[in-house]
Design a binder for this molecule. Structure first.
Ligand SMILES: [Zn+2]
Length: 268
């Protein structure tokens, strides 16, 4: 079998797995800020509360087949569920295609305690760390986008895999610590210059924490979308007349920054 076959095989497998994870992320985005459990309980229509069957829950395909309407009450289903699934499928496919190369290549100087780990296991571990952190960041950005507050435990699902990944790829440590420090510094500078919209204190702490962790996960190279998001959001906030509208604009740029960072850190 040719190399191309295996690359395509990994991309298709990654995309399908990503669609399933994207469907789970939708559940997390909806339930976590409402303090509902994400491990048990059936999915239901938010309009008619009818329990959804397996055929209603196939990522993207159910949405297309039902033409964007609930099977039971015919109310429109928000297209964002399918969008989150497609975005996750895309990032997972891209990551699986890069198995063992690019950002998932074994560290040039493999630490001694990792000598036992064969290279494929090494790549798989790096990929699992990055995808876990990415998924948690996407959930974080969408919860803020909805005007809700993410639970503190969500940050553990970004921080722990990002640090584990740096422990197994020590040649990347400086790049990623600099990314975190830089994101934090930019946010702090804009905040102390009062260039950010006056929203609730709690919200700002969450945005600061998430953007710093995005810098830690993606490294310096993934910071451009973060910077662009902060700058565009602060300019729009200055122009916006109503403060609620201004903070909404900042939140709109968070999911965009997470997705753009993920693509940049994978491709560059
Ligand atoms: Zn319904």
């Amino acid at each position: 079998m040719s190399d191309l076959f295996w690359v395509l095989y990994r991309i298709v497998f990654g995309a399908l797995f990503g669609l399933l994870i994207g469907s789970f992320l939708n559940v997390c985005i909806y339930r976590l800020p409402r303090h509902e459990t994400i491990v048990r309980g059936h999915s239901y229509c938010p309009h008619c509360r009818h329990e959804l069957a397996g055929a209603d829950l196939v990522p993207i395909f159910s949405y297309l087949f039902l033409r964007g309407r609930c099977r039971y009450c015919a109310q429109p289903i928000s297209p964002r569920y399918a969008r989150i699934e497609s975005a996750t499928g895309f990032i997972f496919a891209l990551t699986a295609g890069l198995w063992g190369s690019g950002p998932f290549a074994p560290a040039a100087d493999k630490p001694a305690w990792l000598a036992f780990l064969p290279d494929p296991g090494y790549s798989a571990l790096a990929i699992a760390c990055v995808l876990t952190a990415f998924s948690a960041l996407l959930v974080w950005s969408m919860i803020l986008f909805d005007g809700q507050l993410p639970p503190q435990t969500l940050y553990g699902f970004i921080l722990v895999p990002s640090l584990l990944r740096l422990a197994i790829q020590p040649d990347r440590i400086l790049l990623h610590l600099a990314g975190a420090a830089f994101a934090a510094a930019v946010w702090w500078l804009l905040e102390s210059l009062h260039l950010l919209p006056e929203s609730e204190r709690a919200n700002r702490r969450h945005i600061f924490t998430g953007l710093s962790l995005l810098g830690l996960t993606g490294g310096l190279i993934a910071l451009q979308p973060v910077m662009a998001a902060i700058l565009v959001a602060s300019v729009l906030a200055l122009l916006a007349k109503k403060p609620e509208r201004a903070s909404r604009l900042v939140h709109l740029f968070l999911p965009a920054a997470v997705l753009a960072s993920a693509v940049i850190w994978l491709v560059l």
